[in-house]
Design a binder for this molecule. Sequence first.
Ligand SMILES: Nc1ncnc2c1ncn2[C@@H]1O[C@H](COP(=O)(O)OP(=O)(O)OP(=O)(O)O)[C@@H](O)[C@H]1O
Length: 288
Amino acid sequence: MNAIEIRKISKAYPHFTIDEVSLDVKQGYITGLIGPNGAGKSTLIKLMLGMIYPDSGTVKVLGRDMPQQEVDIKQRVGIVSDEGGYYDHLTIHDTKKLIAPFYEKWNDAKFNRYLEHFELSPRKKINALSKGMKIKFSLAIALSHEAELLIMDEPTSGLDPVFRRELLDLLADMMLEEKNSIIFSTHITTDLDRIADYIAFLNRGKLIFNEAKDDVLNRYAIVKGGPELLDADIRKEFVGIRETSIGFEGLVDNKFTAKQLFGSYVVMDKPSLEDIMYFTVKGGRIHA
Ligand SMILES: Nc1ncnc2c1ncn2[C@@H]1O[C@H](COP(=O)(O)OP(=O)(O)OP(=O)(O)O)[C@@H](O)[C@H]1O
């Protein structure tokens, strides 16, 4: 089953369009949504959460239709973001009092444990929280109502390295429960190297791929070689290529085809997710 099913969703802003994106977020796994600034990650997440409406296409979350069954969906989903939509002038304690009755499975003891663990004072006002503290607070709320699905927009970007690692451990703990699923957007791809099972890559409002991370890392390759190997046709084989006077380094999206083409004339390396994002976003020839 899929935790989220997006079908041919489009949303146009004056200078940006989410263009017929279809995406399945697999239940029981962690999916990382990657893409450069302005790729449309937050827009896609807002569409999943019914915070904005698509021009066309459909969204199903945990088998229910968004936005028709939004109330039911929100019971089962935890949202982690620094744009919490909470009232700025309220304290953490008062915000919790306002939110908790909404959830059928609210666990107050768990919430208090998380506050303590995250060193958040219940007396602190929302507008006095740093970006990282807001993330911690929304995570405490999400984990205290037995959410089966966490949807997180850039959860690690405002966090120090110590808590970032701790957050990744908390997410891994959540995944011990088989039915739980997580999707999170980030441009810190090293976080995903550690915990993601699937990678969905969005660029300029289009989905480039949504694949198991290991398959992606096996399929793509970084190819390095001398300038004499390149001509116009060969260049077309690359997703992106960086050339200097002494050679080139490029990304191919099918290393088996590239092996047949280049044989032993080149060196092939395993790419990182960052390499894949960099070369895809830059595209064509990159001048060094
Ligand atoms: N309400 C809006 N009205 C007009 N344009 C918008 C609106 N919301 C987002 N956009 C535009 O949509 C594009 C995608 O923005 P979005 O925030 O979804 O990207 P992102 O991938 O999350 O980027 P980042 O990594 O920088 O947060 C941007 O060009 C942004 O200016």
